[in-house]
Design a protein around this ligand. Structure first.
Ligand code: ARG
Ligand code: ZN
Length: 870
């Protein structure tokens, strides 16, 4: 949809309740790929003055009836996106008939066709593309849905809730009627029709109800849904244990589709998943895929309480369901796979994505106050920072108060569309603590900087020492002034042989605070923000000696890892600046200490392999870019390679021994955390060894590729070869393609590896990839693999100084925008870092943003382009 006049934003301050209630909703779908007919029957009751306004977009209205009387054309108004009835009775039945064209729907919002199957995606505002309805989360109703379709082409007919009727009709058609007894807003509506294979299992809930579990997949894929099923059963049990939440409907269904804008969707009783987050087996999926499947299956299931039973009053409250649900899935993964490793991975992702967002032009509060397109606010800030806020709430109030507060929440707000204020009030009731200051976390954008300094008290004799904390949040777009936030700081003094005191919790509520602790005679360091107790950027006066001590002795595993990261980050910033200035980075004592400490961790049998792999992974380029900005991004990238090479030189023998020791000897693949940890460490050793560009790494990688029996090993080897370059790459890429060309999810991996290579003929190679027949321009997974992989993972070609990378990328975004605005806008996020780049590149990106804006893109892309441009 093209826009001319400047679109008006939606504002939180303008919220007003809807002026009607819908006590009952019935939909009748006559499915046809080109012309689907939808009839609705809505039992309406007026609750406030004003016209009846319904949303509708890209659909054709056939008729409107009130209490059985068809309205004349003069009795309603129809605009581009609204159906308006100026006058209605107070209580009445509304019947609407409309038509839509699912096969022409490339936006993948509303009702569309994927691989010959009908499916829907309604969150946030997709339902209006199905029929006229109040498309807002605070209008909740009980839905009954009849689906009628050709029986041969669409043998399976699904919607939310329980199936109450089915049968055949004339003309080779059949029908099914589904009823969902729970109140829900239309964004949780789902409909699926097509031919599927079914994987079945069951779960017995804590009250003894047996729930059939059904996963619907493309014919032939059922075995690949086994891990998702296993994850689902574990998630259901965990939610009962950890939050006392039991499943409510008579059955639970998941459907996998190949064309999907997002990861997955929590439609009541009928989750719909991007197949990339559902299907896995050893040969075609990596350990990271398994891990993501486990967490997303859990995430969508957990939404049944945090999202569906209690939903959001308006889309500004999105973090109410997303922040809490991400927190819940993180806790689940921590329970299943180990808390320290999970926390480290979550924080790495937070830093690479959310910190980048919060410190750039797209920064926005966890609860925003205005938007053009709500689709643009499914962000790392709302999801991941939103989850951090829940985690802080728990750290501050303590485990028991937190659980008490969440029990009150589930009890008090069940069946409602709620706000953040109502959520926090439950924790206020539980704990008696005032939530006023905590609320600032939801209202203020930006990442607080927390400075820590140690000093001695001036009094003599010295009987205590002091740690002083200072917080400051830098300005963000539209928010020049920031107030102090409540920061729970976990800290502890650590000596040569471990902790010298119990872990402390300081709840900081002012701009600065001093905390004293007893004098210790032995040298010691302060471990601050243990477990990453708050989403802040820490600026500490820890010396290299402090950090090395913490790497070896901190009882908090997260901070043992963090100490190594801090050392590495300092080195990387120095290296990047040197490289940018055209100088070679120099070895220095800090680098030697860092490598030595890595070696100590690597060889310490008390640490698990997954943890070691993470310690051996240095901070992402994004973190370094943010700290060293403005800077040449290629210098940042090369600094990373330079550090890897230094580590590999120092630890070559240890890395080789570990690589060999981690090889699988059982011959049986297991996706569990232990086995995945071994593979992660093995891949990490291989990647580091390859940084030396010696023949050893190439031969290890070649062997690994030839002998791999699982995708984790196969892909790690392929990536290593693709970084090493040389003759082996082309033939390996071709062989991989030939082997996997019929497996779309593996082919996505091939495109993403290709998109990140430093091809000899530069952007031409990437352009050719976009022109190959197997590149599906309408499929979001494929586009994300190529265009997303290129913009986020190909530093050299994306940031090439002739501007060819940025130009190609902007062309692709515009091309995608003509079919799928929501995915296009999301891709465009790659430009959010532009102000961190050197001045020449800033000018190049600016020109591309201007070109995108001048092309009159969709509202989605326009909003991101304009905010990014600033
Ligand atoms: N609620 C879904 C989830 O997080 C995501 C829906 C995405 N929708 C969107 N418009 N971005 O589980
Ligand atoms: Zn979610």
């Amino acid at each position: 949809m093209r826009t001319d006049a400047a679109p008006t934003p939606t504002r939180l301050a303008d919220y007003t309740p809807y002026n009607f209630e819908i006590s009952e909703t019935r939909f009748d779908f006559r499915l046809d790929p080109k012309a689907t007919r939808v009839r609705s029957l809505l039992k309406m009751k007026r609750t406030g003055p004003g016209p009846l306004v319904l949303d509708g977009e890209a659909i054709d209205l056939v008729s409107v009836e009130i209490d059985g009387r068809q309205l004349k054309r003069s009795e309603y108004r129809l605009t581009q996106d609204k159906l308006i009835l100026e006058e209605t009775p107070d209580v009445f039945t509304l019947n609407i008939e409309s038509k839509c064209n699912p096969s022409a729907n490339t936006t993948l919002m509303g009702l569309y066709v994927s691989g010959g199957r009908f499916c829907t995606q309604c969150e946030a505002e997709g339902f209006r593309r199905i029929t006229y309805f109040p498309d807002r989360p605070d209008v909740m109703s009980v839905f009954t849905v009849l689906i009628d379709a050709d029986k041969t082409a669409y043998p399976t007919l699904l919607a939310n809730g329980n199936k109450i009727e089915e049968g055949d009709i004339d003309g080779g058609r059949h029908y099914a009627v589904w009823h969902d007894p729970f109140l829900k807003p239309c964004y949780l509506f789902a409909l699926v029709a097509g031919e599927f294979d079914l994987l079945e299992d069951s779960f017995t809930t804590m009250s003894g109800r047996s729930i059939p579990l059904e996963i619907f997949v493309d014919p032939g894929d059922a075995p690949k849904a086994a891990y998702a099923m296993d994850s689902l059963i574990r998630a259901m049990a965990w939610d009962e244990r950890a939050f006392g939440r039991e499943y409510d409907l008579d059955r639970f269904m998941i459907v996998a589709v190949r064309d999907f804008n997002f990861g997955a969707m929590e439609n009541k009783g009928l989750n719909i998943f991007n197949s990339s987050l559902l299907l896995a087996d050893a040969e075609t999926a990596t350990d990271m895929n398994f891990e993501r499947i486990e967490s997303v299956v859990a995430h969508e299931y957990f939404h049944n309480w945090t999202g569906n039973r209690i939903t959001c009053r308006d889309w500004f409250q999105l973090c109410l369901k997303e922040g809490f649900t991400v927190f819940r899935d993180q806790e689940f993964s921590a329970d299943q796979r180990g808390a320290a490793v999970q926390r480290i991975k979550d924080v790495r992702a937070l830093r690479a994505r959310q910190f980048a967002e919060d410190n750039g032009p797209l920064a926005h509060p966890v609860r925003p106050t205005e938007y053009l397109k709500i689709d643009n606010f499914y962000t790392a800030t709302i999801y991941e920072k939103g989850a951090e806020l829940i985690r802080m709430l728990k750290a501050w109030l303590g485990e028991d108060m937190f659980r008490k507060g969440s029990d009150i929440y589930f009890d008090r707000l069940d069946g409602t569309a709620a706000t953040i204020e109502q959520f926090l009030a439950c924790f206020e009731t539980a704990s008696g603590e005032d939530m006023g200051q905590f609320m600032r976390w939801y209202e203020q954008a930006g990442t607080p900087r927390l400075t820590v300094r140690r000093r001695r008290t001036p009094t003599k004799p010295v009987i205590s020492q002091v740690v002083s904390f200072k917080q400051v949040t830098p300005p963000t777009p539209g928010q020049p002034k920031k107030a102090a936030v409540l920061i729970p700081i976990r800290w502890q003094a650590i000596g040569e042989n471990g902790p010298l005191m119990e872990p402390q919790l300081t709840v900081m509520t002012t701009k600065s605070t001093d905390v004293s602790y007893p004098r210790f005679d032995e040298p010691h360091s302060i471990s601050v923000l243990q477990g990453f107790s708050a989403p802040v950027i820490l600026n500490s006066d820890a010396t290299t000696a402090d950090l090395v001590r913490l790497m070896g002795n901190d009882p908090d595993a997260f901070n043992r890892w963090e100490a190594g990261q801090t050392l590495a980050r300092r080195l990387l910033v120095d290296f990047a600046k040197a490289l940018e200035a055209g100088k070679m980075p120099k070895t220095n004592p800090a680098l030697r200490d860092y490598c030595k400490a890595l070696g100590t961790t690597l060889n310490d049998p008390q640490f698990d392999n997954a943890f070691k792999a993470l310690v051996l992974t240095s901070p992402s380029s994004m973190e370094v870019l943010m700290e060293a900005a403005p800077i040449d991004p290629i210098a940042v990238h090369e600094a990373g390679q330079w550090l890897s090479r230094a580590v590999a030189d120092a630890l070559r023998d240890d890395l080789l021994v570990t690589y060999k020791a981690m090889r699988d000897k059982t011959g049986v693949f297991s996706p569990d955390a232990e086995a995945a940890g071994r593979r992660a460490l093995k891949s990490r050793c291989l990647a580091l060894l390859s940084a030396r560009f010696d023949p050893l790494a190439a031969s290890l990688a070649s062997n690994q590729l030839d002998n791999a029996t699982n995708m984790t090993d196969e892909l790690a080897a392929l990536i290593t070869l693709s970084r090493l370059g040389g003759q082996r790459v082309e033939s390996s890429m071709e062989a991989f393609f030939a082997k996997w060309k019929d497996q779309p999810l593996v082919l996505d991996k091939w495109f993403s590896v290709q998109s990140m290579r430093d091809h000899a003929d530069g952007i031409h190679a990437i352009t050719r990839l976009a022109e190959t027949p197997s590149y599906e321009r309408n499929n979001p997974n494929r586009v994300r693999a190529l265009v997303g992989g290129f913009s986020m993972g190909n530093t050299k070609l994306f940031h090439k100084l002739d501007g060819s990378g940025y130009r190609f990328f902007a062309d692709q975004v515009l091309d995608m925008d003509s079919r799928n605005p929501s995915v296009a806008a999301r891709l465009l996020g790659a430009f959010e870092i532009w102000r961190k780049l050197d001045p020449r590149r800033q000018a190049l990106v600016q020109a591309e943003l201007d070109r995108i804006i001048a092309a009159k893109p969709s509202k989605n892309v326009l909003e991101i382009a304009e905010r990014t441009r600033g």
